[in-house]
Design a protein around this ligand. Structure first.
Ligand SMILES: [Zn+2]
Length: 312
């Protein structure tokens, strides 16, 4: 049903899956830039289309599918299902003659206040991302991580320091904004994160008051910035701050040195090790192919009795 040569391809309907090279017809699972290209025709959810329009210039045409809606192309039935990674992120299910192929894309099973809840789908073949496929990537419950984030920001402000929180401009940024503003903290958010908020509002995800960050004049609030701002001059000159980076890699003891911050909190938009296993155990595929991860995870799946391989 599929072919893989650097990119995932469904030859019979010439559909490319999450290719970063321009193709005639491509499925984009979500609007992170490592999954996005200016394909001539893009298959995606309406939210992914809205984000993609802010990220790529002169896109060609979109074919949008709502979650659960079915599309027929040739002998194939196609449907999209929430992946829980960021708003609009989708798994794609392709069926032909009763044979079902599921591609997870980036996914997260635990709930997020800014993304649709993950949906389990049955399939015969599963192609899945395995970013956190080592046992020590067992993320603490998100309520704990949220409480720690709020606490750290409160106590920094109390000590007269500026809490600076770093997250990706799409997904983690809005997730942090929601957590911080719902907790009643004053927040200044960078425009690169704020520009996506109207799409969230259109999807019924609302945010309390916040201010737009101004690098020349700021203070008395939590500052929420995209991750690459760590390399900007105003940030390097910053004194009296407490810096927090939001990432599942926070489970690694050396993460704060790697990211150059005071604290890395494991607020992740990817499945942790247990959720990766939970996906395979629930989907019960006869074959699993793993991408974006550690080869050890494939060995762990095989040891647990699944027929797994690295997608290559
Ligand atoms: Zn992603």
């Amino acid at each position: 049903m599929f072919h893989f040569d650097r990119d995932l391809h469904i030859p019979e309907i010439d559909l490319w899956i999450d290719s970063t090279h321009v193709k005639p017809f491509g499925f984009v699972s979500h609007a992170h830039s490592d999954h996005l290209a200016r394909h001539k025709k893009i298959l995606c959810t309406p939210a992914t289309k809205a984000f993609a329009l802010q990220r790529i210039k002169n896109p060609h045409t979109f074919l949008t599918l709502n979650f659960g809606e079915e599309l027929s192309i040739g002998d194939y039935q196609i449907s999209l299902h929430p992946a829980g990674h960021i708003l609009g992120s989708a798994q794609i299910l392709l069926s032909k003659n009763g044979q079902r192929l599921l591609y997870s894309g980036d996914f997260r099973i635990s709930d997020s206040p800014v993304a649709e809840a993950f949906e389990f789908v049955q399939a015969d073949v599963l192609i899945m991302e395995t970013t956190f496929g080592k046992p020590h990537y067992k993320m603490p419950p998100r309520t704990e991580v949220e409480a720690e984030l709020i606490d750290l920001c409160h106590s920094a402000l109390k000590q007269g320091k500026t809490p600076v929180v770093f997250g990706y401009s799409l997904g983690k940024g809005q997730e942090a904004l929601k957590i911080l503003t719902d907790a009643g903290l004053p927040v200044e958010v960078d425009e690169s994160i704020a520009r996506f908020l109207p799409v969230f509002e259109e999807h019924g995800i609302h945010f309390a008051d916040y201010r737009i960050f101004n690098p020349n004049h700021w203070g008395d609030a939590v500052v929420l910035l995209p991750t690459h701002f760590r390399f900007q001059r105003f940030y390097r000159n910053l004194a009296n701050s407490y810096t927090i980076y939001l990432s599942g890699w926070g489970m690694d003891p050396d993460a704060k040195y790697r990211f150059g911050v005071d604290k890395v909190l494991p607020l992740s938009d990817h499945a942790d090790y247990e959720q990766l296993f939970q996906l395979v155990e629930t989907v019960k595929p006869s074959e699993v192919y793993c991408t974006h991860g550690f080869p050890e995870f494939v060995q762990d799946l095989n040891a647990a009795g699944f027929k797994a391989a690295v997608l290559e």
